[in-house]
Write a protein that binds this ligand. Structure first.
Ligand SMILES: Cc1cc2c(cc1C)N(C[C@H](O)[C@H](O)[C@H](O)COP(=O)(O)O)c1[nH]c(=O)[nH]c(=O)c1N2
Length: 228
């Protein structure tokens, strides 16, 4: 390992107002997209920038445990959609009464409509069995992969690309369709495609499923449950 090197540091002040506004604009207007995808393919350069954003995410011990399986094949996406449909039937039965009716009315994926699927995985063996920062919590590699997904999601918003995260799968189904080895964790299936319109608020909120919680109620001071 190299000794600490002063020359590796650069000046880092806050962003200009316009730059700050752009960052918050991406954060506040990012949406989970299910139904607004355009059919035209994403240019390779755009996909490359999204992946580069993902690959610059933080990761425990700089483990970079992610892989990205790019799925353009309509046939493969149709199989993934079928796997979703089967799992979604099981999911619906977990809700009772009117809630089940409401669940069934929701659109929860755009796997076939979106021109690109991105399966994001996590390799827990990427840098050996003892990983700096993961020594006492094995989930840290999955959390790192989620950081990569959020980077990609925000970059996508800036590129005019909608992203929809689909998680209603039996993991084994995705592994068998995509040939993913047993020891690799499937973290996300992302539907990706250009969008011309986005909901102003989360679609689940617009459709009455669940509303955003007041931030004040989620912030404690100096201990759990302490509001002041
Ligand atoms: C880990 C994880 C897993 C899923 C999701 C998100 C995340 C973070 N979301 C999207 C989720 O419903 C959405 O983010 C919230 O409703 C908030 O909406 P916005 O993302 O702000 O538009 C999601 N959406 C969906 O339609 N089908 C799904 O299976 C999932 N799964």
């Amino acid at each position: 390992m190299r000794p600490f090197d002063e020359d590796a540091l650069s000046a880092a002040s806050g962003f200009s107002l316009a730059e700050r506004e752009a960052v918050y604009h991406a954060i506040m207007t990012r949406r989970d997209v299910r139904g607004q995808f355009r059919a035209d393919p994403l240019p390779d350069g755009v996909v490359q920038r999204l992946l580069m954003a993902a690959h610059h995410a933080p990761s425990v011990g700089f483990m970079q445990p992610w892989n990205f399986i790019l799925v353009k094949s309509a046939a493969v996406r149709a199989r993934v959609r079928d796997a979703f449909a089967s799992a979604n039937d099981e999911a619906a039965l977990m809700f009772a009464g009117e809630r089940q009716q409401a669940y069934r009315a929701l659109k929860l994926e755009g796997i076939v409509e979106a021109p690109l699927g991105i399966c994001v995985t996590c390799d827990p063996t990427r840098s050996g069995s003892v990983v700096l920062g993961r020594t006492h919590n094995p989930k840290m590699d999955s959390y790192s992969t989620v950081c990569a997904i959020q980077n990609l999601w925000l970059a996508a918003r800036a590129e005019g690309v909608g992203i929809g995260w689909v998680s209603i799968f039996r993991e084994g189904d995705l592994k068998s369709i995509l040939g993913i080895p047993q020891h690799i964790e499937v973290v996300a299936w992302l539907c990706a495609g250009f969008v011309d319109r986005l909901y102003d608020e989360p679609e689940l909120s617009v459709k009455g499923w669940r509303q955003r919680l007041p931030l004040d109620e989620l912030v404690f001071h100096d201990g759990w449950g302490l509001y002041t």
